[in-house]
Design a protein around this ligand. Sequence first.
Ligand code: HEM
Ligand code: HEM
Length: 161
Amino acid sequence: MGLSKKSAAFTPVQKALHWAVVVLLGFQFFVFDGMGRPFHQLMDGVATYTTTVIAHIAIGLAVLVFALWRLVLRARHGAPAAPEAEPEALRKVSKLAHAAIYLLMLVLPVTGLIAWFGKVGNVAEVHEVLTNALLALVILHVAAVAVHQFWWKTNLLARMR
Ligand code: HEM
Ligand code: HEM
């Protein structure tokens, strides 16, 4: 099982999972991100399960399951090779960025669960810092897709549609 296996195209399930995670992370970052107050209450001994807390945990678990599922599919089925127009050096950067995104989709829920259920403040801080790392990588990712689309004109977006 190697993660560098090449395929002709992403499968419909791989595409569906990619976009499902985009939607889930959008909710996690912009709708159900108010975990600071409930977490401090928890640390003070009062566990509050508001809609935000339940949604944040449920979405985080879904992202964890979907990320694992995507990795299994990638190992079994593979992913298409980088378009010809992409410079060699940037292929390495892209591979690293994708690997880091996959890693964060696993580490974020795990650190979140440890912080909340283990009541570990330090791990919550790590969780917070890593959310910003994922945000930065996703901005880079979308910028890279735009460069492909409009500069190199590789029509990369069509591979994920
Ligand atoms: C993909 C999964 C996850 C993402 C992207 C994510 C994202 C976030 C974001 C954006 C924040 C707000 C950080 C801030 O205030 O600047 C946060 C806080 C927090 N999250 Fe998550 N989260 C995920 C999974 C989880 C899970 C499964 C739990 C388990 C309960 C969890 C527990 C927490 C806690 C306790 C905080 C508050 C940390 C603090 O204020 O010190 N997260 N998360
Ligand atoms: C939360 C936001 C996002 C995350 C976490 C994410 C994550 C990923 C990951 C990990 C891959 C690599 C798939 C693989 O090779 O196994 C990928 C590929 C891709 N993503 Fe995203 N993505 C996000 C948002 C977007 C958005 C908004 C777009 C469109 C502008 C986009 C377009 C693409 C495309 C076109 C590919 C295929 C690249 C290729 O064929 O090599 N992604 N994404």
